[in-house]
Design a protein around this ligand. Structure first.
Ligand code: FAD
Length: 489
């Protein structure tokens, strides 16, 4: 390697400077050669449009690009934000950049999605000096395999092997990289995506920055993790970490989360009774879905994991889908969940399962419709987790919920929102209904829908909250027949 060859670090879904191996390697390189580190971030709107990235997530990313530029400036590294239309435009741009700035190596994180992997393969084929690092998961995709050397298709043995491997390594996050030969960099210019996204959705209700995410993590581990197992299924409680928006774009890393768990609960990887066990398991689910995406590229392309799913005759009724999207199904628990998504850009995990089951099983709408709608709304939109969650719910996925298990929205409602406080917040139309009617809306609807009541003064006062879109018993039976296509899966 020549002296004075510079290097670059390409930021992707990793908006942090701590525990960032690519940045750390770039800084080490530059120190060794007495050269410079350049930082890059590419905005490719066409790619985002194809992926249906939610406007609220784009806003969250925009805020983090600006924070990252400030953090990097403090350690003497200038972030260049490059707006190109597609991935294909990156190669010529990078070639010129490398030539002009004498760049010998570009460090970046591997990403699990198919298009991103194709992009990187093409860049390497074009002889660009891309050096990829696995820093997205604690254990790199491909490293947790069964005895036949294959990716697990069931979560539990994956998690067991994952824990065994994790326990055998020293898990230690990297400190914030310090660029040892800092130069003065110009104050970062505020970067805006406004030109590309004329209808932004503000993400201001979520604070920004890696310090914020680390504080949330610490608070959660100190105060809430021991109650997580008991509280995590109740949407009215703040029982989960709410770190997903930060993990999805790498404001905090999986390794930082897991190291923090081990700091407070050193035996969490080996003790089945550890208070942190359940939360750790969720982080392993995150890794499982990312490993799957790499092992089965078709998942990134919207294909069924279980190919028998191709035989399902989805009904795909556009009006029913629209009612589901708007939170107008007549099932208050489903509607409250969808309205939480529409109003806040986030939805509680229990409710993601409830609404996904309702759409795919009660309404027999293709899981891909729901998956896309989620991507268009979620601040934590993440292809691996979203695809995994949807296919799990529909029964088409790897380690899926069996097709014959159809969530009963009434039972889910009374069990997980017993006093209906969550429902009443998002569906004020039912606020003065009895609990029985909120949880079992068909009882109320039958009453209102009787011919005498339908046009009564009382029905008008109830602001026309719809009757249930489909009767549960009927829908369940129909789902079992149609999804029986998966029987031999
Ligand atoms: P916590 O309960 O505190 O969990 C901690 C972290 O573990 C989460 O932030 C997340 O990174 C990870 N995690 C938790 N549960 C899961 C899971 N089931 N699968 C994968 N990772 C998990 N999560 C996303 O981050 N993005 C998505 O687009 C997404 N879409 C989903 C769609 C469906 C249909 C379903 C059923 C689940 C989906 N999930 C998704 C998983 C899960 O619902 C969210 O990660 C969780 O609700 C985020 O809240 P939290 O940060 O408080 O999670």
């Amino acid at each position: 390697m020549q002296q004075n060859v510079n290097c670059a670090v390409w930021f992707r879904q990793d908006f942090r400077i701590s525990d960032h191996p690519a940045l750390a390697m770039a800084c080490t390189f530059a120190k060794q050669y007495g050269s410079q580190v350049k930082a890059l971030y590419f905005v490719t709107p066409q790619q985002w449009a194809e992926h249906d990235v939610a406007a609220i997530q784009i806003d969250f990313i925009e805020r983090h690009v600006n924070l990252l530029a400030q953090s990097l400036a403090k350690i003497g590294i200038e972030l260049t934000v490059v707006q190109l239309n597609t991935f294909a435009d990156i190669a010529p741009w990078l070639s010129e950049f490398c030539a002009v700035h004498d760049i010998g190596v570009i460090y970046a994180a591997n990403e699990p999605e198919f298009n991103e992997r194709q992009r990187d393969a093409a860049l390497i084929d074009a002889s660009l000096p891309l050096h990829l690092l696995d820093q997205d998961c604690l254990l790199a995709p491909g490293s947790v395999q069964n005895q036949a050397g294959q990716m697990y298709k069931v979560f539990t043995p994956f998690a067991k092997e994952w824990k065994k491997q994790a326990a055998s390594i020293l898990i230690k996050p990297l400190k914030a990289a310090i660029f040892e030969v800092p130069i003065d960099v110009p104050a970062p210019i505020h970067f805006s995506l406004g030109d590309y996204y004329p209808n932004p959705v503000s993400s201001e209700s979520w604070d920004c920055g890696e310090g914020v995410a680390r504080d949330m993590l610490t608070r959660f581990l100190k105060q809430d993790v021991a109650d997580y197992q008991l509280q995590r299924d109740f949407p009215a409680l703040e029982g989960t970490s709410r770190l997903s928006p930060y993990l999805a774009i790498g404001v905090i890393s999986a390794r930082q989360c897991i190291t923090a768990i081990l700091y407070y609960y050193p035996d969490a990887l080996i003790n089945e009774a550890s208070p942190a066990k359940t939360w750790l398991n969720e982080l392993i689910w995150r890794e499982f879905y990312r490993h799957l995406l790499v092992a089965f590229p078709r998942l990134s392309r919207g294909q069924n994991f279980n190919l028998l799913g191709n035989n399902i005759q989805w009904r795909n009724d556009a009006d029913e889908f629209s009612a589901w999207c708007k939170g107008q199904t007549g099932y208050p628990i489903v509607d409250a969940a969808m309205r939480q998504l529409n109003q806040t850009g986030w939805m509680h995990n229990r409710l993601r399962m409830v609404v996904a089951s309702f759409l795919t099983k009660h309404l027999l709408v293709d899981w891909r419709w729901g998956e896309q709608y989620f991507r268009q709304q979620l601040i934590d939109g993440d292809l691996a987790a979203n695809n995994g969650g949807w296919q799990w719910s529909a029964g088409t996925g790897c380690d899926a919920q069996p097709y014959f298990r159809v969530f009963n929205p009434m039972t889910q409602s009374s069990k997980f929102d017993p006093d209906a406080s969550f429902i009443k917040h998002f569906v004020p139309e039912v606020a003065d209904w009895s609990l029985k009617h909120i949880h079992e809306p068909h009882l109320k609807a039958q009453h209102i829908n009787s011919m005498a009541d339908l046009f009564s003064e009382r029905a008008k006062q109830e602001k026309a909250y719809p009757a249930p879109i489909v009767e549960h018993g009927f829908a369940r039976k129909r789902a079992l027949e149609v999804l029986g296509a998966l029987k031999r899966g």
